[in-house]
Design a protein around this ligand. Structure first.
Ligand code: NAD
Length: 447
């Protein structure tokens, strides 16, 4: 096969991962059909409307759609026909026991099998437990047998490592591309597909399918472990009078440790870490192994998500009746409108339960919060207006626009100059000198 030939690709599931992958592959000159069963999402995409907020995505989608390389449909059969690479990028949400719910992936595999017209590699981009590739293979074999059709096919694992908020960059310039497959044709097809993304240096890691499936859980588990570790340490700092920012710099400058993902904060949220950790723990349980470190990571995170609220309650001696609290940042992290498992929602629950009036602001996630909790809180698009008349300001998501506010203006707007900095983005000493009462995460008196 010529690595430079455009390929025909079908993506099943046009969410964060599917849409970014579809746009990225089409931008490299491939013919991509993105399928989704959500008719409204597909209709919107055809009109150039993005279902998610992701910087730069709209331009890439609109340009490639206009060039005819990127099409959207609800018709999986049409999308699969003639495709040599079929990516499964549907959701794998947590089931009631924490294990990954694979019903969408199995359904998609069956639909693909029923529509196959020739050899193709079916690639799992969704995050799935070890052994899912084997089950997909069995589903496809069975469906083909029912159709009395004999197509050869490959099943590969190609986990996605993009970060919401910087997804395009991650996809177009990946740190590594993990390909898990056990047959030569699938490996060569995927090598050719990813060659344009890894031109500067070969960052493709080819391995067996089970190891590739586990790699994704291992990566997310390690990142989440670093976060919970730092949060645990930050709580210890508060008790010992040490400063987590000094400790972070001191430990992170060790090249063996590195300085990324070492920030204390209000706990991790989002659509991946919480669910993937629970799924990894469940995978261990299935084979009789207790992943004790991950159990602790989850427990520390659950506790940490309540920390900012506990600080607010402690400051106001447990009584928030008649108090107005401004919350800056509702998305689970900057750069996205995703609010799944956002720590801001936990804080809001605590504040409202204690009788406070909450007014929230976020550059892009207010609509998503409104959809989920309606008028339990008030919404204010302007962050200064949000702070107006509030008894305290709590920062949960460190959007760029919150990093250097005019504190003199804030001081005149707030009813009481009290700040809870859930991300340690402001200088405690500067704020204290300016007359604010400042609470950070694991900061000490000299910070
Ligand atoms: P999402 O919920 O945003 O999108 C999934 C899409 O699949 C939905 O639009 C849904 O309508 C569609 N779908 C479901 N069944 C379908 C079917 N049979 N046919 C066609 N469409 C179907 O999910 P996401 O955030 O893109 O995540 C997808 C997978 O990728 C998950 O396993 C997730 O863990 C993993 N992942 C996500 C991220 C992330 O940052 N969001 C990063 C890496 C990996």
């Amino acid at each position: 096969m010529l690595a430079s030939l455009a390929m025909k690709i079908c993506v099943i599931g046009t969410g964060y991962v599917g849409l970014v992958a579809g746009a990225g592959f089409s931008d490299m000159g491939n013919d991509v059909t993105c399928c989704d069963l959500d008719q409204a999402k597909i209709d919107g995409l055809k009109r150039g409307e993005m279902p998610i907020y992701e910087p730069g995505l709209d331009k890439l989608v609109v340009t490639n759609a206009a060039e005819g390389r990127l099409v959207f449909t609800t018709d999986v059969t049409a999308g699969v026909a003639g495709a040599e690479v079929i990516l499964l990028a549907v959701g794998t949400p947590p089931g009631p026991d924490g294990s990954a719910d694979l019903q969408y992936i199995f359904k998609a595999a069956e639909q693909v099998a029923n529509a196959l017209t020739g050899w193709a590699v079916i690639v799992t981009k969704s995050t799935v437990p070890v052994g899912t590739g084997d089950k997909i293979e069995a589903i496809v074999k069975k469906a083909l047998a029912t159709r009395d059709t004999k197509h050869e096919f490959g099943v590969a694992s190609n986990p996605e490592f993009l970060k919401e908020g910087d997804a395009l960059n991650d996809f177009m310039k990946p740190d590594r591309v993990v390909i898990g497959a056990d047959d030569k044709r699938s490996i060569e097809t995927l090598r050719a597909l990813y060659a344009p993304f890894t031109r500067t240096s070969d960052r493709m890691l080819v391995m067996d399918r089970r190891s590739a499936e586990l790699t994704k859980y291992a990566a997310n588990s390690m990142l989440a472990t670093r976060i919970s570790f730092m949060n645990d340490l930050s709580n210890l700092c508060e008790l010992l009078g040490a400063d987590i920012e000094q400790v972070r710099k001191g430990m992170g400058s060790d090249a063996r440790i590195g300085n990324k993902f070492l920030y204390a904060g209000p706990g991790f949220g989002g659509s991946c870490f919480p669910k993937d950790l629970r799924a990894a723990i469940s995978t261990g349980r299935d084979v009789g192994y207790k992943l004790e470190i991950l159990d602790a990571v989850v427990a520390v995170n659950e506790r940490q998500k309540k920390k900012v609220g506990e600080k607010v309650l402690a400051h106001f001696k447990g009584d928030l009746k008649g108090k107005r609290i401004a919350v800056w940042g509702l998305a689970f992290k900057p750069g996205t409108d995703d609010i799944r498992e956002s720590p801001a929602l936990v804080l809001i629950d605590q504040l409202v339960a204690a009788g406070a009036t909450v007014v929230g602001t976020d550059p892009v996630a207010m609509d998503a919060v409104r959809k989920q909790i309606g008028d339990r809180i008030q919404y204010e698009p302007n962050n200064y207006e949000c702070a107006k008349g509030a008894d305290a300001l709590a920062l949960v998501t460190e959007w760029h626009e919150f990093r250097r506010p005019a504190f003199d203006r804030l001081k005149t707007l707030l009813k009481q100059p009290v700040i809870f900095d859930g991300r340690n983005i402001w200088s405690p000493s500067e704020l204290r000198a300016a007359g604010f009462t400042y609470y950070g995460m694991g900061r000490n008196k000299n910070a």
